[in-house]
Write a protein that binds this ligand. Structure first.
Ligand SMILES: O=P(O)(O)OC[C@H]1O[C@](O)(CO)[C@@H](O)[C@@H]1O
Ligand SMILES: [Mn+2]
Length: 477
C-alpha cells in the first residue's frame, strides 16, 4: 500500500506529466493552425527539422551504403545477394518517400520477436490519435517516429535473408573508432599510470579519479553519429586535459550521489564490507563513447568499487552509432590489437574481465522499442527485474534521457525524480550531453538564462548533465 504522502506525490507527478504532454500538442495546434491537424512537434522545432532533414539524409546514406556494397553481396551470395540488395533498396526508397510525403505509418510485415509489440504500439497510437491515417510521419510523437524509422530499416533487411545481418551503419562506426585513436591512446596511458598506483590510493584520490573517468564517459556522449546524420563526430583532443574547461558546461552534477551509491550499496542483507557491487551500464554509442565506458567500467572493477559490470546494448543497428553485440566485441578486439602498448594492454585486460565473468554483455528487445522507461515494469517485466539486481544503473546518452523523462516538454525546474514517473528499478544516473528539447532538474531561472545566452543550448551537445535518482530513498523521505 502506498502511504498517502507518496500517493499525493505520484498524483502531482502524474499531473505535471500530462500538462507537459499537452503543452506540446497545444503549441503544435497553434503553429499549424488547422484544428483537425494533431502533430506532436511544431514546425521549425528541432524535432520537426530532424524528421524533415536529418532522417531522410540518414536513409539516403543507408541506401547508398547498401548500393556501394553490391559487389560484396555478390561475392558472398551470388545472384541472390544482388536480388536482395535491389529489394532492400526498393523497400528503403519506398519508406523514404512515405516519410517525405507524410504518409501514415505502416504495420511491420516481418515476423520477428518484437514485430507484434511494434504493431500493437502503432494500434495504440492510432486509437489515441483518433484514426489510422492520423498516425503519419509528421503527425506522431517524435520519439516514436525516430525509433520506427530504424526498425523499418531493419525490416527491409530482414525481409531479404541473405543480407539480413548486414549492419548498414558499420562503416561509420568503425571509422569513428579509428578517428578517435589518438584520444584513446592518451586515455589508456592515463589508465596505465592509475593502475600502477591503484593500491596506494587514498579514498579521496580514488574519488578524484572516479570523477574524472565519469566525466570522460559523460563527454564521450558528444561523439554520436545520429545528430550529425552520420558525418564524422569523433574525439580529436585529449579527453583528460579537456575536463577542466568543460566543467562549466555541466548543468547538473550529481556525481557525489553516484559515488555514495557505489561505496554504500543498499541491497538488502548486505553489509558495506561484504557487498558485491553490481553496476549496469545502458550503453549508447560505439566509437569513442563506448571506449570511455569500457575505461570507466575497467576502473570500477580494478579499484574494486564494483565487482560486476553488466553492459546493455542494442539487438540491431540503432540511431546510427549505437552499440550492438558485434560492435562491443569488435571494439575490445581492436583495442587488444592496437599498435600502442597501453592501449593493447587495456584491451587484454577487458578481454580477461569478460572471460572471468566480471563483465558481461546483454541485450533485450525493449531497448530498441519506442517505449518510455516508466512503461518498462509493465511492458518488459523481465528486463525490469534484471535491472533490480544492480546497485547502480548508468544510462548513457540523449535518447536514454528522452526515454527516462518521456520526451516531454517539462518545466526545466521539474525534478528528475518527477520526470521519471516511478521508474526506478535501482539507483540510477543519466550521463547525457543535451541533444534534444527536454531538460529537467535545473535551478529556477537557469533554463531561461541559458536560453538567452545560447538559443541552441538544449540541442548542440555542448552542455551535459549527471543526474541521479534513487526511487527507494525518495520513498523513505
Ligand atoms: O546518441 P544519443 O546521445 O542518444 O543521441 C541521439 C540523438 O539523436 C537525435 O535523435 C537526433 O536525431 C537526438 O535528439 C537524439 O536523442
Ligand atoms: Mn546513440
Amino acid at each position: 500500500m502506498l502511504s498517502s504522502p507518496l500517493r499525493l506525490a505520484r498524483c502531482i507527478s502524474s499531473l505535471a506529466y500530462w500538462c507537459a504532454h499537452l503543452l506540446v500538442l497545444e503549441r503544435a495546434h497553434e503553429r499549424v493552425g488547422g484544428a483537425s491537424m494533431v502533430v506532436s512537434f511544431p514546425r521549425r522545432s528541432f524535432a520537426y527539422l530532424t524528421v524533415r532533414d536529418r532522417m531522410p539524409t540518414i536513409l539516403t546514406r543507408v541506401i547508398d551504403t547498401i548500393h556501394r556494397n553490391k559487389n560484396k553481396f555478390f561475392e558472398e551470395y551470388g545472384e541472390e545477394g544482388i536480388q536482395a540488395e535491389k529489394q532492400t533498396i526498393s523497400l528503403l526508397s519506398k519508406m523514404r518517400n512515405e516519410l517525405l510525403t507524410d504518409k501514415p505509418l505502416l504495420e511491420l510485415t516481418d515476423s520477428l520477436q518484437d514485430t507484434e509489440s511494434w504493431n500493437q504500439y502503432l494500434q495504440r497510437q492510432q486509437k489515441q490519435q483518433g484514426d489510422q491515417d492520423s498516425v503519419s510521419w509528421f503527425k506522431s510523437p517524435w520519439l516514436y517516429v525516430e525509433c520506427y524509422m530504424y526498425r523499418r530499416v531493419q525490416e527491409a533487411l530482414w525481409l531479404n535473408p541473405p543480407i539480413s545481418d548486414y549492419d548498414v551503419f558499420n562503416e561509420g562506426k568503425t571509422q569513428s573508432f579509428f578517428e578517435s585513436q589518438q584520444a584513446m591512446m592518451t586515455l589508456c596511458t592515463y589508465v596505465e599510470g592509475l593502475n600502477k598506483n591503484m593500491e596506494g590510493l587514498s579514498k579521496n584520490q580514488l574519488l578524484e579519479h572516479f570523477n574524472k573517468l565519469l566525466q570522460v564517459s559523460l563527454w564521450g556522449n558528444k561523439c554520436d553519429l545520429s545528430i550529425s546524420a552520420g558525418q564524422d563526430n569523433s574525439q580529436k583532443t585529449s579527453p583528460i586535459d579537456s575536463l577542466d574547461s568543460l566543467q562549466p558546461f555541466i548543468l547538473v552534477n550529481d556525481s557525489n550521489r553516484v559515488w555514495s551509491a557505489l561505496i554504500s550499496p543498499q541491497r538488502p542483507g548486505q553489509s558495506k564490507e561484504t557487498a558485491l557491487v553490481r553496476v549496469d551500464i545502458v550503453l549508447d554509442n560505439s566509437g569513442f563513447e563506448l571506449f570511455t565506458d569500457l575505461v570507466l567500467a575497467d576502473f570500477l572493477v580494478s579499484s574494486r568499487l564494483a565487482h560486476e559490470i553488466h553492459f546493455h546494448g542494442k539487438s540491431f543497428p540503432w540511431f546510427v552509432s549505437d552499440v550492438t553485440a558485434n560492435d562491443f566485441q569488435w571494439t575490445i578486439r581492436q583495442t587488444t590489437a592496437a599498435n600502442h602498448k597501453w592501449m593493447s594492454k587495456s584491451g587484454v585486460q577487458w578481454m580477461s574481465h569478460l572471460k572471468d565473468g566480471a563483465w558481461s554483455y546483454h541485450d533485450h528487445p525493449f531497448w530498441t522499442q519506442p517505449h518510455e522507461f516508466c512503461d518498462m515494469e509493465a511492458d518488459a517485466p523481465d528486463l525490469y527485474a534484471t535491472l533490480q539486481g544492480a546497485d547502480l544503473v548508468l544510462f548513457k546518452g540523449d535518447l536514454n534521457y528522452r526515454k527516462l523523462t518521456g520526451d516531454r516538454e517539462w518545466d526545466h525546474t521539474a525534478s528528475f525524480h518527477t520526470a521519471l514517473r516511478g521508474f526506478g528499478p535501482a539507483p540510477l544516473c543519466s550521463l547525457r550531453t543535451l541533444k534534444a528539447n527536454v531538460q529537467v532538474g535545473l535551478q529556477p531561472g537557469q533554463g531561461e538564462r541559458l536560453g538567452s545566452q545560447d538559443p541552441e543550448w538544449m540541442t548542440s551537445g555542448k552542455y551535459a548533465v549527471v543526474q541521479f535518482d534513487n526511487a527507494k530513498s525518495e520513498q523513505k523521505d
